[in-house]
Write a protein of this length. Structure first.
Length: 255
């Protein structure tokens, strides 16, 4: 039965990848609701180039399975316009590794990629996806930790099944929580001798962006700065007692 479902999914995938953007997006949202919650497929051509183990009942996985080229299109355009051979990419909130893997291809063997994912289950999936791309794995280092304003331990609040990419360090009350390690980006840049002028940093951590930046002050206050792509979603930031205005102000204060 699993093989039959996979065959059907592959056929649907070939169709939806050719649909117009809006129609295709709505189509795969409708399809996702019908995905069994126990399937995982090895897809060897995510975005045409990388291999990933995907679970279509998860929102992000579903988007990558059917239409990776539509997933966060604006963010993809910005990142790929900035990354080039030999640079370092820091993926804060790496989830299962889509950006991590594609960035590794962009920066090439002479470049480096550092991926942060605090959730133990998601991080194990991230590592599995990295190892599934043997030619990229040597240049990728995975940290099972959250980037924050201090080193230590914090509570990670888990999102509902079907959208584990929504896990957050913002206190959301009754959501199940797990203790996870935290570290600062300043420490990583120092320990790994990362040149800020040759680094691109993506921070997408469901409302914890301000804290991640506060653990990056020493680096960002320097005369040579990395390129930053930071999510500023008020609906997530409010859960952490912050706002997009506050986040922008923090960045402006660092020059």
């Amino acid at each position: 039965m699993g093989e039959l479902r996979y065959g059907i999914c592959r056929s649907l995938r070939r169709v939806t990848r050719r649909l117009p953007t809006l129609y295709g997006f709505n189509a795969y949202l409708r399809l996702q609701r019908r995905c069994p919650a126990d399937d995982e497929y090895c897809v060897t051509d995510v975005d045409g180039t990388i291999t990933m183990f995907l679970r279509p009942y998860e929102f992000v996985d579903f988007a990558l399975f059917y239409q990776a080229h539509l997933y966060e299109r604006a963010e993809q355009r910005v990142l790929w316009s900035q990354l080039r051979k030999g640079l370092t990419f820091i993926d804060v909130g790496a989830h299962i590794g889509f950006y991590t893997l594609l960035a590794a291809k962009r920066v090439g063997p002479e470049g480096r990629v550092f991926a942060f994912e605090p959730d133990p289950d998601t991080c194990s999936r991230l590592v599995r996806n990295v190892m599934a791309n043997a030619e990229l794995a040597p240049q990728i280092r995975v940290f099972e930790a959250a980037a924050s304003d201090r080193e230590g331990v914090a509570h990670l609040y888990r999102s509902s099944p079907g959208n584990m990419g929504g896990n957050t360090l913002a206190d959301v009350g009754e959501a199940p929580a797990a203790a996870v390690a935290t570290m600062t980006l300043d420490r990583v840049f120092a320990d790994e001798s990362i040149d800020p002028g040759r680094a691109v940093v993506k921070i997408d951590v469901e409302g914890h962006e301000l804290n991640a930046l506060r653990g990056f002050h020493a680096t960002l206050a320097g005369t040579v700065k990395p390129i930053l792509l930071v999510e500023a979603a008020d609906q997530h930031l409010r859960r952490a007692g912050a706002s997009s205005r506050q986040l922008v102000g923090e960045l402006e204060s660092l020059g």
